[in-house]
Design a protein around this ligand. Structure first.
Ligand SMILES: [Zn+2]
Length: 294
């Protein structure tokens, strides 16, 4: 799909301006841009688009998919899964990072294709079930705003913070990370390859964003946003974290790490400091946002 200006603007809203140490300008990113799927580590694969992450964790007992990108991205994700030799029908669970169109807009379609159960935090479940954005979201500007409605998702279940989702040999833990939205969650699991086991983190967006003319800190629609995002930053910084994929891939330097894959193999994705660096960049953006709110 062609990227429209409105589309890029929405991307900027959701992703916010970017700063070191992972220096890729968010404005240049095409959410639905093409991207070949690739192995991350062990049975974990990147199946998202150029601008929106989606990760497949595979097993003989079935697969777990994290995030579904946009409706256009959903078709690409399904194609990527097939390209890797897996069946979309074998996805048993679809996990969600947060209840915005760019990460969850494709979930209804992927759920339909797979028959999977969709798991999200209780706050995200509310939005996914109705398909309507949270009116208290600091990015919400009205029914015609950039927080677009989504196709309502079937077969949804809310998880608890800290809940471990199991499927055969797979065990994926939910860590609630609200602040960017009320229903944000990050997910962790372990992946093994060549006798080495690593901790994988799928980190939710930690961007303090509000629509033009609105506050992030002290927004009446979401008064605890700042406290929530500060707590979520501490949560992500404290995770066991060897291989990080963030909901927007360029925010965790994924493409810089992937560039080293031909030389290093999948070890290219290991960076024990990745979560702390991701949070440090998010804290810098939060400080700027708080200055703007003053
Ligand atoms: Zn978002």
């Amino acid at each position: 799909m062609k990227t429209t200006l409105r589309h890029l603007f929405a991307a900027a809203l959701c992703a916010a301006a970017f700063s070191a140490p992972f220096a890729t300008p968010a404005l240049a990113v095409d959410w639905n841009g093409p991207q070949e799927p690739f192995a991350l580590f062990g049975s974990t694969y990147y199946v998202g688009t150029a601008g929106l992450s989606a990760v497949l964790i595979t097993s003989k007992a079935g697969h777990i998919l994290v995030d579904g990108a946009t409706p256009q991205g959903a078709a690409q994700i399904a194609q990527h899964i097939r390209q890797l030799g897996f069946r979309v029908e074998d996805i048993r669970y679809i996990l969600t990072s947060h209840e915005h169109f760019d990460h969850a807009g494709g979930i209804a379609e992927l759920q339909k294709l797979s028959g999977a159960t969709v798991l999200a935090s209780p706050e995200a479940v509310k939005v996914l079930r109705s398909g309507l954005p949270d009116k208290g979201d600091p990015q919400y500007t009205g029914p015609d705003g950039d927080l677009r409605p989504m196709t309502p998702v079937a077969k949804l279940r809310a998880v608890r913070d800290g809940e471990v989702v199991t499927l055969g040999p797979l065990a994926v833990t939910a860590h609630f990370t609200p602040g960017h939205t009320r229903g944000g969650a990050s997910w962790t699991w372990r992946a093994s390859e060549g006798g080495k086991t690593v901790d994988v983190v799928y980190a939710d967006s930690l961007n303090a964003v509000a629509a033009d003319g609105k506050r992030f800190d002290g927004n009446p629609g979401y008064p605890s946003a700042r406290a929530d995002i500060e707590r979520s930053m501490a949560t992500v910084a404290g995770l066991q974290c060897d291989v990080l994929v963030s909901a927007h891939p360029e925010f965790s330097g994924l493409w810089e790490r992937k560039a080293k894959q031909p030389q290093l193999g999948n070890a290219a994705f290991i960076d024990g400091n990745a979560c702390k660096a991701y949070v440090a960049a998010a804290r810098t953006r939060l400080q700027k946002r708080l200055e703007a709110d003053r």
